[in-house]
Design a binder for this molecule. Structure first.
Ligand SMILES: *[C@@H]1O[C@H](CO)[C@@H](O)[C@H](O)[C@H]1NC(C)=O
Ligand SMILES: *[C@@H]1O[C@H](CO)[C@@H](O)[C@H](O)[C@H]1NC(C)=O
Ligand SMILES: *[C@@H]1O[C@H](CO)[C@@H](O)[C@H](O)[C@H]1NC(C)=O
Length: 724
């Protein structure tokens, strides 16, 4: 009898024109709350907010049941509305909810249920798992009630919420579950679950069911299991990061044709007069030996287009390796910045203490922004700092990546164990196929905090962001703190801001360590060690490569820094051979035309040298000796030291090579007198050798040659017999 009555009621209201009211409980304007309100505004949905500014009394619902407080806040509002027959009320959480449809669509979906109250459903039975078996079985769909979203007629909503008393710290989900599991009450209230996410998509445990569609004019999420497109996306339980991912697109945040649709909202444009720009506190953290420290991070900091008198510099160096450079540099730049403070490696301060101290210092200096910068982050765009400030986020990092790699300073997703996981859009973001400002669960290396936001944190109960964690390193601990406290972290790839230095495989036992670092940081290596005019040769036509003697070519290859450092490295090693025929370093133990030299493998530089051959020499060889494809193989790679009192010259000989490379590491007329290479058959000498230039000539047959006497000073050449 009761059932029939209910269906009649539903049928009668089905034709009535209905109004939707959305109600939520929020005590704080968290980032998630603001996102919720923005998505509501996008669909023209107005929201009744209950509890704002009140102290939360529902317990810690991140970890424990609770939330009765929510219901007690809702009661008086629902009481007001209970008489309105045309009113449909939807309750949703707000910190972890996004609207994905408008009121008409929501009402239409609700009416399709032909019942009074629809609760969202999820895969987990919470908070009392022992109740699971008492739930009615469902064929296809989620079985268990979730109280993060429900919708129903105002009168029934009021009736169910007042079904019995609930205390603030009781669990609201358990409250509704118990009603639902009572068949009599279930029928009385006309209560159903949205098993297949027609209205509510709870994301916890359902991530694999969700497809994100990014089309030319919109982005939306569908459930592929149920073929539904929900109106409400709820990042319940452990699915907050997944919701954040969806929230980068929905609603109307990104589409293919227009790209990022929110990226030009609320920008903080700086005035033309740069003396009026915000003050920035830069905490520079040198945590481990960092290749190219001076050429990369220090240079890029110095070259920022930002008034230095508005920047406070705070440098923390953990490693004695950089002590000299950093303490000197800090001193040198002292007068340029608003202030400079250096904390050296001799100070017994942990990373956590250092990072915390810098953040507090930034507050005490009342800085408008705090940039936490690691020595591995390099700005290539001198306007990077200003542009980041313009984006006007509480916490944001520029995407920095290792050149030509997928390694960057952000994670698109996070695994259950708290470590890296790949988001579905990680590659397209790193490749800049999608450009925007992205809400992500982990950022590092160059993080810009808004000073006002930090100040607010400092007066919060939770305090300033924390770098301490039992499980994680400080960078991960910080992001965990941010996530746990509902603070969004953004990265921008609206443009390229800079790149990352790799510290892996950095050998620091050499005299000049960076020269060895060709594989890990090629971009820096090339800038420092490749001849500045190498690219001219590389881009020249074959006829434009100069030919001092027949079939002898030469071109700029290595920089003055290279020639200087490799000589110093070898002299430090010092074990020059004695220039005699017996040579234990060779396979046969015998050298027909011996020189006083050091082999590259004796100083651990062979891999690097072979790479130089393959990457920089072979492309030029192919131009001038076309049709020959070198394997860039060379067993003998060495530096010869010519000196009047040692070995001044070398008698005529053929090289056992297909072609030979001979790089001048010193300057005739300055570092030494005399010297040069004479090609006997060609009756042609090259004596005016140029620093860092490579001479390239055929070996073996046609280019019988000799080393001309060095009459004073020391002449060094780097020789390689390619494809012996
Ligand atoms: C996008 O285009 C499709 C197909 O033309 C259309 O059905 C849909 O309504 C459009 N969406 C928006 C948000 O304009
Ligand atoms: C590179 O070429 C330019 C133009 O010819 C010249 O001025 C400059 O000195 C060259 N650089 C070096 C290191 O030789
Ligand atoms: C070699 O060259 C020199 C000067 O360029 C010239 O004087 C000499 O005659 C040449 N010798 C031969 C054998 O061609």
């Amino acid at each position: 009898m009761l059932l029939t009555f209910l269906s009649l009621l539903c049928l009668s209201t089905y034709s009535m024109s209905l109004e939707l009211k959305v109600i939520t409980v929020a005590t704080e304007e968290t980032d998630g709350f603001k996102r919720f309100m923005k998505s509501a505004a996008y669909y023209g949905i107005s929201v009744e907010i209950v509890g704002m500014g009140e102290e939360w009394k529902g317990g810690d619902i991140q970890r424990y049941p609770g939330g009765g407080f929510k219901l007690n806040l809702l009661k008086p509002v629902l009481e007001k509305w209970r008489e309105r027959k045309d009113l449909v009320v939807m309750f949703v959480d707000s910190y972890d909810v996004i609207f994905a449809a408008n009121s008409e669509k929501i009402l239409e979906k609700f009416k399709d249920f032909r019942t009074n109250l629809v609760f969202s459903a999820e895969q987990f039975c919470w908070p009392d798992q022992s109740l699971a078996s008492r739930y009615p079985k469902v064929g296809l769909g989620k079985r268990f009630l979730c109280s993060g979203g429900y919708i129903g007629y105002a009168s029934q909503m009021y009736s169910i919420i007042t079904d019995s008393e609930i205390s603030d710290t009781d669990d609201d989900q358990l409250f509704y579950t118990k009603i639902y599991l009572d068949p009599h009450k279930r029928d009385k209230y006309g209560m159903r679950l949205d098993h297949r996410s027609h209205i509510f998509q709870n994301l916890n445990g359902a991530e694999d069911e969700i497809d994100l569609h990014v089309t030319s004019n919109e982005s939306y999420a569908t459930n592929t299991l149920y073929n539904t497109r929900a109106a409400i996306l709820h990042g319940n339980g452990g699915s907050k990061n997944f919701l954040n991912f969806l929230g980068n697109y929905i609603p109307n945040q990104y589409n293919v044709d227009e790209g990022c649709l929110h990226c030009s909202e609320g920008l903080h444009e700086l005035p033309e007069d740069s003396s009026k720009w915000p003050t920035v506190f830069v905490g520079l953290f040198v945590m481990s030996p960092t290749p190219f420290l001076r050429e990369a991070i220090l240079k890029s900091l110095s070259e920022l287009n930002y008034p230095k008198n508005l920047i406070h510099l705070w440098v923390y160096n953990k490693n004695s390796y950089h002590e000299d450079l950093l303490s000197k540099w800090s001193d040198e730049v002292k007068s340029e910045y608003a202030s400079v403070q250096y904390t050296g490696s001799y100070r017994d301060i942990t990373e956590i203490e250092a990072r915390t101290t810098a953040m507090k210092e930034s507050l005490s200096k009342k800085s408008d922004y705090y940039l936490m910068l690691d020595s591995t982050g390099v700005f290539d765009d001198p306007d990077a700092l200003r542009k980041l400030i313009t984006l006007n986020k509480h916490v944001i990092a520029p995407i920095l990546g290792r050149p030509d790699k997928y390694w960057t300073n952000f994670w698109g997703s996070i695994a259950k164990d708290g470590f890296y996981a790949r988001s579905r859009d990680y590659f397209v973001i790193v490749e800049s196929k999608r450009k925007g400002i992205w809400n992500v669960p982990f950022i590092s290396t160059a993080i810009l905090f808004e000073g006002e936001w930090l100040l607010k944190r400092s007066t919060d109960a939770k305090g300033l962001p924390s770098f301490a964690s039992e499980e994680f390193e400080p960078d991960m601990a910080l992001c965990q703190w941010m996530r746990n406290n509902g603070h969004f972290m953004y990265v921008s790839n609206l443009q390229k801001y800079g790149h990352l230095i790799s510290t892996s495989n950095y050998e620091i036992h050499h005299l000049h360590n960076d020269i060895y670092n060709i594989f890990e940081n090629r971009q820096e290596w090339e800038k420092k060690y490749l001849h500045e005019n190498y690219s001219v040769a590389l881009n020249a036509g074959p006829d434009d490569i100069s030919q001092p003697c027949t079939d002898v070519y030469w071109f700029p290859l290595l920089s003055p820094a290279y020639t200087k450092e490799i000589i110093e490295e070898l002299e430090k090693f010092g074990k020059w051979s004695n220039g005699e025929n017996d040579d234990p370093r060779l396979d046969g133990g015998y050298e027909n035309v011996p020189t006083r030299d050091i082999h590259m493998n004796q100083v651990g530089f062979e891999k690097q040298w072979l790479d130089i051959l393959a990457k920089y020499v072979v492309p030029i060889q192919i131009k001038v000796f076309p049709g020959y494809y070198s394997r860039a193989r060379a067993d003998l790679n060495f530096v010869v030291k010519y000196h009047p009192q040692g070995q001044p010259d070398l008698r005529p000989h053929h090289d056992s090579s297909t072609f030979t490379i001979n790089v001048a590491l010193t300057r005739p007329g300055i570092d030494h007198q005399g010297g040069g290479c004479r090609f006997v058959r060609q009756n042609c000498s090259v004596v005016d050798t140029k620093l860092g230039w490579a001479l390239m000539h055929p070996g073996r047959l046609t280019h019988y040659h000799e080393g001309l006497p060095t009459t004073s000073g020391t002449r060094y050449i780097m020789v390689s017999f390619v494809d012996p």
